[in-house]
Design a protein around this ligand. Structure first.
Ligand code: 13P
Length: 253
């Protein structure tokens, strides 16, 4: 099947409401809607609502939340639920981003719960997986990535296959994030192929609808070659998504 390419901007901890509004104005002026791709912007939670309002008329630009908590509500100081993010305008949720795992200590068990919480809260989970440099050097890339993948999918196991397939995967090798060093298109392709095989085993045929994005030092110069690699269905971009012009150039790949 033909998967529509997905271009996702992860702002990480950049751009409060004022800067988010300015970005929305600049990007909306520069970016012409294209029906052949999905564009998603992940601002910090505090800027979700502002960005949603600023992009109000632009239904071609979707918004996502960078992280959610596992429960729907309650005594979880500092956290946001999927339903709250949805209410603020989000339709997607990143789950298990490298920084959540390695800076904040998020476990596979938590990513599993967050995938389910996202789906139950009306958000499409984008499960992020990726190996550390020492794991790659030890030849453990596939084992690590597939362990993270299976753990995340386990959280969705109780859903029907068609509901379960309403998700995306992002492969982001940790050593490529924010380092200026990308995986080669063929390295990315090999890992994406392993992910695809595992998805088909787990989710059956509906798995072919699940886009697999690559992330890690993607920019306007390398986006085309990465996106052309087999099994790479989209890009998850950090630093190069913060400039409206550079982000538009990537979305035009
Ligand atoms: P960079 O594009 O800045 O390397 O970040 C990648 C990333 O972590 C996106 O989620």
């Amino acid at each position: 099947m033909l998967r529509r390419p997905v271009f996702a901007a992860n702002w990480k901890m950049n751009y409060g409401p004022t800067d988010a509004r300015a970005f929305a104005a600049a990007f909306a002026a520069r970016w012409t809607p294209r029906a052949d791709r999905t564009v998603i912007v992940f601002p910090p939670a505090l800027s979700l609502s502002t960005l949603a309002h600023a992009l109000g008329g632009r239904t071609d630009i979707a918004i996502g939340v960078q992280n959610i908590w596992t429960e729907a509500k309650g005594a979880f100081t500092g956290e946001s639920s999927a339903a709250m993010a949805h209410d603020a305008g989000a339709r997607y949720a990143l789950v298990g981003h490298s920084e959540r795992r390695h800076v904040f200590g998020e476990t596979d068990a938590q990513t599993a719960k967050k995938c389910l919480a996202a789906a139950r809260g009306g958000l499409v989970p984008i499960l992020c997986v990726g190996e550390l440099l020492e794991q790659r050097e030890a030849g453990a890339t596939e084992a690590v990535v597939l362990r993270q993948l299976r753990a995340g999918l386990a959280g969705l196991a109780e859903l029907a296959p068609d509901v379960m397939s309403a998700m995306a995967i992002a492969y982001e090798p940790v050593w490529a994030i924010g380092t200026g060093r990308t995986a080669t298109p063929s390295d990315a392709s090999a890992v994406h192929a392993a992910i695809r095989t595992a998805l088909v085993e787990r989710v059956t045929d509906a798995a072919n609808d699940i886009p697999i994005l690559y992330g890690g030092s993607v920019n306007a110069g390398n986006a085309a070659s990465l996106l052309a690699a087999e099994n790479v269905d989209g890009l998850l971009v950090g630093g190069a998504s913060l400039d409206a012009e550079s982000w538009a150039a990537i979305c035009d790949t």
